[in-house]
Structures are given as C-alpha cells and as structure tokens.
Write a protein that binds this ligand. Structure first.
Ligand code: PLP
Length: 426
C-alpha cells in the first residue's frame, strides 16, 4: 500500500502529515539550498538556533504560553526521562526553598553544619512528592520517583485502581485525594495513552489560590498536547514527547515556570544533595542547565525540532483560532467514534468510564459472539483490509485502541466509524 491507502491509528509513534514529511525529506537532503541536509548541519549553527527559536515561539503562540513566565526546552530523554527529571528538578527546587527558609531562621551567617542539620531534618520530616495514578504511565512515573528517592518520600495520593476492581478506567473523586502539605510536586498524567483515560478538565483541587500560591503541579501531556486548551498558568511543569501530536520520536519538550529556574530558583549543589542523602541529577536532566543553553547543552537532534516546527506551522496555518480550532476537530472525531461504538453495546464495550474517556486514545473491547479473542482478531483483520491500521491495544491491556491524534483526518475517523458500524452489523 501507499501512504494514501492507509489511516494509521497507532498510539505512538503516530502518523505525520504527508506534506510535512515531503518538506522534511527535501530538507534532509538539502536544507534551504545550503547543499547540506538538516540532520548534518551543526546544532551550533545560526540556522539551528533559528529552528529552535521558531519552534518555541510557534508552540507558545498555538497554546498561548506566556513566554515571560515560562521557558520551553527541548530534551532527548523521552517521557520516561521526564519522570526522572521532574523528580530531580522539583526536589531540588523544594530543597532550595527550604534552604532559604533555614537561612532566614538561623541567620545568613549561620554555621554551615547547623544549616545542613536543619535541612536534613526538614527533608526527613517534610519532603513529599504526591502522585495521582490513573493509568499505566502515571504508575510508571510514580514507580520512578520511588526508585530514585525511596518510598518514604513518595505519596500515592490517589490510585484509580482502588475504585475500579483493580483496573484503570476511572478517576477517583478529587475530595478523596490525599495531598501532602507543601509537596515538592503533585504529579498527574493528563491523558493515559494505554488506558484511554483523560482528565476532562484541570483538577480544581490543584488550582492556584487567590494569592497566586498553590501546589506545584506537574503534568505529563505526552499524548494529548496540542489537542485541547488547558490553563497553562496552573502548571509549574508540563512535558511531552513529540511522537504523538508534535512530531517524530527523538525530542521531548518541557515547559517550566521561570520561578523554578535561575535566578529565581537555583538547584542545590551536588555536595549539599549528598549531605542530605538526596539523588544528584545527571546534568542532562537538569532543566536549568538545558534552559541556560537554549536546549543546546549537548547535541540536539535539530531534524526532530525542525519536524515539530513544521507541524506547528501547519497547525497555525490551519487553525486561525489556534488550539481551540484543533480541539473542536479532535472532539468531533472522538464523538463520531464513541457514538459508533455506543450504538452497538452488544458488540463493543468501551473500557474507561464515560466521564473520563480520552479523546485521543479510544480503548474498547469487541465482545461480538462472546469470544473476545476471536472477535478482536477478526476486527483487526477486517480493519486492516480497509486500510485502517495500528488499532491493536497496548500489550499490557489488550483490546482495541484507536488513537485519534491530530494527524488523523476527519475522513479517517469517519472511515473508522463506518467500519465499526459495518462490523457490528455483519
Ligand atoms: N507518557 C505517556 C502519556 C506516554 O504515552 C508515553 C509513551 O507512549 C510515555 C510517557 C513514555 O514516553 P517515551 O517512550 O518517550 O519515554
């Protein structure tokens, strides 16, 4: 088959717009008539810096990120690397705040050993990281925090499995979340790619207070970024791998509140962290280092940033009302698919609860005829024969998953909805 014959519903890497790839293919051979491809040019060249700066600016425009308050950096760690980076950097920021408080208490000229002792006590009695676990990815982030810090510092503030027979598929009521006092971070995953669970809106219990203070909110937006509007200012950190809605695998974006970066917040020294028994971040995961170097502390894949930049330019051309425009299309496509599934409750079972259904990853089982295994095999086979591919669910949960990312055209979603109908009726 050719590209035109296929609609690919894979969960990531996702399909990219063909025109973006055509432009990128040319850029790989000869970027802007320089005689050299985009992947060959130095990351230190002016053209590389321009690509980075334009992609940052276009991302900020599309999502209305206030650039005076937030820094955007490109990294290579993947979403998984950000599970660790968020821990290191926000524990560091927490220690920096405690350090300032201790110096205020003991006086700026206090004996260093006493300062360290007071800090150690604060770490042991007060350091907590809160995790809201609503699916496989937030679970992995929680586990990474436990692995890096030890379980004593990590609080499982909510676990969705406890209200749904040990399975993901719901979001526990916010009134039941056990949030810590002055947590170094409160972490959640806005869209759980494997489980098809998406937060319907920003969790109000985490909203900033009237005086601007409030929890340090971290969100993994790997699989729904650029698909919906969200209140940027409610977050201290959000991150996403590019390989779903932004571009191709290889670059990860972190958007960080500037109050958490120098000169406002300076990460503790390795010596101090060692004395406190806290882990020392690899330099490549330290946001302040990457931010200070405009994402060029080490060799960054400019090709990946270029692709992301082209996707953003296309989005800005397509949607004059920016992310709101894309959101409308995403909702339209998701509604089509869910409606087709709901029309045949004897054939399909949508996995997550209706209140938390993802608009990006539509997870369902095919129960037709009573033998789920056989029914799903048949569903996948027939879908493939119609050019509807990548529909197999994640290996950890099975079932069917239709990933409805931005590159799926309305027509692609219509074709899948039609197939869902036809398969049910056949
Ligand atoms: N977070 C979410 C929501 C994801 O969907 C994924 C991957 O699919 C990850 C994190 C992990 O990303 P990576 O594979 O880039 O480490």
């Amino acid at each position: 088959p050719t590209r035109a014959d296929i609609t690919y519903f894979g969960a990531g890497p996702a399909a990219l717009p063909t025109d973006v790839l055509e432009t990128a293919a040319q850029a790989l051979l000869n970027y802007n008539n320089t005689g050299l491809g985009i992947a060959e040019h130095s990351h230190r060249s002016e053209l590389a810096t321009n690509i980075i700066n334009e992609a940052k600016a276009d991302l900020a425009t599309f999502l209305d990120i206030p650039t005076d308050e937030y820094e955007t950096i490109f990294m290579q760690a993947g979403g998984t690397g950000e599970f660790a980076a968020s821990v290191y950097n926000l524990v560091g920021a927490w220690v920096a705040r405690q350090h300032a408080a201790v110096l205020k208490e003991l006086g700026a000229d206090a004996d260093e050993a006493k300062v360290v002792e007071a800090l150690r006590k604060r770490v042991q009695s007060r350091l907590k990281l809160d995790y809201i676990v609503t699916g496989g990815w937030s679970l992995k982030a929680y586990q990474e925090a436990v692995r890096l810090l030890g379980p004593e510092y990590v609080n499982l503030a909510a676990d969705a499995r406890t209200i749904n027979d040990g399975k993901f598929g719901k979001i526990p009521d916010q009134s039941t979340w056990k949030l810590s006092e002055d947590a170094a971070l409160v972490y959640y995953c806005d869209n759980e790619t494997v489980d098809g669970v998406e937060f319907p809106e920003f969790p109000s219990v985490l909203a900033p207070r009237a005086d601007g203070s409030g929890p340090i909110v971290v969100a993994d937006m790997s699989s729904n970024i650029l698909s919906r509007r969200f209140p940027v200012r409610n977050y201290s950190l959000l991150f996403f791998g590019a390989q779903k809605n932004l571009g191709c695998t290889g670059v990860t974006v972190a958007v960080i509140k500037k109050s958490l970066l120098p000169p406002n917040t300076v990460q503790p020294t390795p010596t101090l962290l060692r004395k406190l028994g806290l882990p020392i971040p690899p330099i490549i995961l330290q946001y302040e280092t990457i931010a200070k170097n405009n994402s060029l502390y080490n060799t960054l894949s400019i090709f990946d940033v270029y692709i992301a930049g082209q996707v953003l330019k296309k989005l800005l051309r397509t949607f004059p009302d920016k992310v709101d425009g894309q959101q409308k299309v995403a909702e339209q496509k998701a509604n089509l698919l869910y409606a087709a599934l709901e029309a045949h409750p004897d054939v399909y079972r949508i996995v997550p609860d209706k209140s938390v259904r993802s608009k990006m990853n539509i997870c369902f089982r095919v129960t037709k005829g009573g033998n789920i295994d056989e029914a799903e095999k048949a569903f996948l086979k027939e879908a493939t024969s119609r050019g509807l591919t990548g529909l197999k669910g994640h290996r950890s949960v099975g079932g069917i998953r239709a990933s409805n990312y931005n590159s799926i055209p309305l027509e692609g979603a219509q074709n899948l909805a039609k197939f869902i109908e036809d398969f049910a009726k056949a």
